[in-house]
Design a protein. Structure first.
Length: 400
């Protein structure tokens, strides 16, 4: 009978910086490792000191929680553990460390916002089509599983160095009832990407709200600009939508007047639909037709994610979708955080240039005014009568 002897594996020898790490996931000090931040907290880039694999650590905010662990985080963890798809970000584990709780995700080098704002790299038409295709494949999987993402936007779409797209940030996601209507909160989705029915107070909705958000992202992929950039209020956001798609009527949207906030947010005057005038020349024929169908006011008439994938834009129109494997050569990592910093730097330089122009204009106008004042003074001095001259001459006369 053989006796099996178990031997412990030798601990790997680590570099000094990794050996000094108090966590199994090494992070640079301060904000050097922060790759994202928002209302949920911060996301850190971490390195597993033993496997040398990169991870994204999403810190769960615990401040102000009366019930201990946040319910939204519990829902997000439960939902992510039930999902498994190539276009959905993978939750690896949940870690508690020094009274902080982290969700550990696979790490992807870019997000769509950072990639679209890259100063030198531009996506080719085939690359754009492949990214859009992956976006709707991920959405189709979610909706088939009965999940609404409810926060589709460019910053929540991650892209790897090999051009693989993955949907992330499921903090607002939830399961929905497919066969009967239930009420859900309408305070979801970043407002630039929020559909008209949600802006008008609808609480009984389905996958169509994600389709509208995805259409907004698709416009950004094509044009690098947001289609409805509002000021953060529902009224202004509806005005931005009406300014492009026109003011809806009963023909466009039969249930329009039944929306809870319609009377409160009723448009004051009608605007024409200028979507074709603005975007027909920037898009291919099939891409324009696809976007027009997704931007329908009536959510019941918008296509499903499955129908979008079967649209001629993806199936027949050239060029065919092509994976952006060239991303591994662009250098650096591009997330919304970097693009915001780049935008702030550009705005700062523009303000400095504006100040210089204003200062130069002021100096030039000041010198002109000073010259005019000098000339005016000389003219006044020349024209001034010689007061007291006769008296001086009379004083010099000899007195007889």
């Amino acid at each position: 009978m053989k006796k099996i002897v178990k031997r412990l594996k030798e601990k790997p020898i680590l570099p000094p910086d990794l050996a000094a790490s108090k966590s199994v996931f090494f992070r640079k000090p301060g904000n050097e490792s922060v790759v994202g931040s928002g209302t949920y907290g911060k996301v850190f880039k971490g390195l597993n000191v033993y496997t040398k694999k990169l991870v994204a650590l999403k810190k769960i905010r615990m401040e102000g929680e009366r019930d201990g662990f946040p319910v939204t985080a519990v829902r997000e963890i439960k939902l992510l553990r039930s999902l498994g798809h190539k276009n959905i970000v993978q939750l690896q584990e949940v870690m508690v460390e020094a009274n902080d709780c982290f969700m550990v995700f696979e790490y992807l080098s870019h997000d769509l916002t950072g990639l679209l704002n890259h100063p030198t790299y531009t996506l080719e038409p085939g690359h754009r089509k492949h990214l859009a295709q992956q976006l709707f494949e991920g959405l189709d999987y979610l909706h088939t599983r009965g999940v609404l993402h409810r926060d589709i936007k460019a910053a929540n779409i991650l892209v790897s160095n090999e051009g693989v797209l993955k949907l992330a940030d499921f903090g607002l996601a939830r399961f929905y009832a497919k066969h009967h209507q239930l009420d859900y909160t309408n305070r979801v989705i970043t407002i630039w990407y929020r559909s008209p029915e949600l802006l008008l107070g609808e609480t009984q909705y389905g996958p169509a709200v994600d389709i509208w958000s995805a259409a907004c992202v698709l416009v950004e992929i094509f044009t690098k600009r947001a289609i409805f950039p509002g000021d953060g209020s529902e009224i202004n956001q509806l005005e931005k939508i009406h300014a492009v798609l026109g003011t809806p009527n009963a023909k466009d949207w039969p249930n329009l007047v039944e929306m809870p906030w319609f009377a409160l947010l009723r448009p004051t005057y009608r605007k024409p639909n200028v979507f074709e005038d603005k975007y027909k020349d920037q898009l291919t024929t099939a891409a324009f037709d696809l976007l027009a169908s997704m931007f329908r006011y009536d959510p019941a008439t918008r296509p499903t994610a499955s129908e979008v994938l079967n649209h001629p834009y993806f199936t027949t129109e050239e060029p065919a979708p092509r994976q952006a494997i060239e991303l591994k050569d662009i250098g650096g990592e591009w997330h919304e955080l970097e693009s915001k910093a780049l935008r702030r730097e550009k705005e700062k330089k523009e303000k400095e240039r504006e100040k210089e122009r204003t200062r130069a204009a002021q100096q030039q106008s000041g010198s002109k005014v000073e010259g005019q004042d000098t000339n005016s003074a000389r003219e006044r001095e020349r024209k001034r009568p010689n007061e007291g001259g006769d008296k001086q001459r009379e004083a010099k006369r000899p007195h007889i």
